[in-house]
Design a protein around this ligand. Structure first.
Ligand SMILES: [Fe+2]
Length: 297
């Protein structure tokens, strides 16, 4: 968080005009050859790695919005294609934006995308979201009508949630939008990836669907709202949805009903990231290999 704050300050200091809603015009003239090369390299690497591992809607969506280019894409061009598909557009931002501003954007079908690219020595790990994570990771699925409506519903529901319930919202977003898996009987491992934090990471792409270490449990909204997560290691547990329709129900009406009066949920002790409960529907029970004992958020 300290690093993210420093980075945000650096962006402000760069003299980019930032509007009250934290958006800027994508400063395309500021991308250098190294930025374009990093996009090209990451795009081609992840595209190849995700074949057969990421859900079809993601793979098709990336092409549909024109991410298959050898340079950092133009946000205006991506927006034009996305708008035609589902009425969403993307807006450039300097980095992480405050939660309420973020929800406001989602509730208006605008997805904030960090404009700057990671450096060539950060291909495999980055503490904060950059353009590759935000654009390649999050935006392709916004071409899917049901997924697009689910994120819109989340933004609308989140706007009405009181401050003390924000950590619950963060768990849900983390275990779905960032690190979600979906059932797919035709896939070699029975699941495919849709979460942005996975598709934008080489290591977690392989780990999430192929490793024996993590738990893969059927998604359950109340369970997820009560489960801590990892920000410094791969996930100990992945929650697996059946369909984007299920996600739409959870991210919209589901949280609106649960968080209208969040006192009971806030009062209960959350489960550890690696816990498996008797009530869980287990798809694969993890071997726990390589897990650190502490550090759940
Ligand atoms: Fe993200």
């Amino acid at each position: 968080m300290v690093a993210a704050t420093a980075k945000l300050q650096e962006q402000f200091d760069a003299g980019l005009t930032t509007r009250p809603d934290f958006t800027i015009d994508q400063p395309r003239e500021r991308y250098g050859a190294a930025d374009h090369a990093v996009w090209d390299q990451l795009y081609r690497r992840q595209r190849a790695l995700l074949e057969g591992r990421a859900c079809d809607a993601f793979m098709e969506g990336a092409l549909r919005i024109g991410l298959n280019v050898a340079h950092v894409p133009s946000f205006a061009q991506v927006s034009e294609r996305l708008m035609a598909a589902t009425g969403w557009r993307i807006v450039a931002v300097p980095g992480l934006v405050p939660e309420r501003i973020f929800f406001e954007h989602l509730a208006n079908r605008r997805f904030p995308v960090t404009w700057w690219m990671r450096s060539p020595d950060q291909l495999d790990y980055l503490e904060e979201p950059d353009c590759f994570h935000d654009l390649f990771g999050h935006v392709p699925l916004l071409t899917d009508p049901t997924f697009a409506d689910a994120i819109h519903a989340y933004g609308r529901a989140a706007l009405g949630v009181e401050e003390r319930a924000l950590p619950l919202l963060a768990r849900l977003y983390w275990y779905t939008v960032e690190f979600g898996l979906m059932r797919d009987p035709s896939a070699p491992y029975g699941v495919k990836i849709y979460g942005a934090g996975i598709v934008s990471s080489k290591g977690e792409t392989l780990y999430s669907v192929e490793s024996a270490a993590p738990n893969r449990l059927a998604f359950d909204l109340d369970r997820v709202l009560r489960t801590r997560y990892r920000i410094d290691t791969f996930q100990k547990t992945y929650f697996v949805i059946d369909s984007f329709a299920q996600l739409f129900d959870a991210l919209g009406a589901g949280i609106a009903s649960r968080l209208a009066d969040p006192a009971a949920l806030i009062a209960v002790q959350p489960h550890a990231a690696g816990d498996v409960l008797q009530s869980d529907t287990i798809i694969t029970r993890g071997t726990r290999e390589g897990w650190l004992d502490d550090g759940d958020v």
